[in-house]
Design a protein around this ligand. Structure first.
Ligand code: FES
Length: 102
């Protein structure tokens, strides 16, 4: 994917998350206490958009069936079935702009 600008830090306040398009993928960008993280937006269980789920601490819970993913790694942290982790992306901030790198 290279390095792609996906928005401004002011677009996503602390404790919020937002779906963005990056290189043809839907990616969820999350602000936790001013630190930004990114992982694929599509739940690996049945394809829900995680942007419609909820954020608590650094864990996103899928709104459909409750799978929990760690924003910092994209790893599944809780679900009764074995489903895949999410791909996560390196995030950098320069001059108030958010960049993703694959
Ligand atoms: S689609 Fe996310 S838990 Fe089922």
């Amino acid at each position: 994917m290279g390095k792609i600008i996906v928005g401004k830090t002011t677009d996503i306040p602390p404790g919020k998350m937002q779906k963005v398009a990056a290189d043809g993928k839907e990616v969820l960008v999350i602000n936790i206490d001013g630190n930004f993280y990114a992982m694929n937006d599509t739940c690996t269980h049945a394809g829900a958009s995680l942007s419609e789920g909820s954020l608590e601490g650094h864990v996103v819970t899928c709104g459909w069936h409750g799978a929990k993913f760690d924003c910092k790694t994209g790893n599944l942290s809780a679900f009764p079935a074995k489903i895949k982790d999410l791909q996560s992306y390196k995030v950098t901030v320069e001059s108030g702009n958010i960049f993703l790198e694959a």
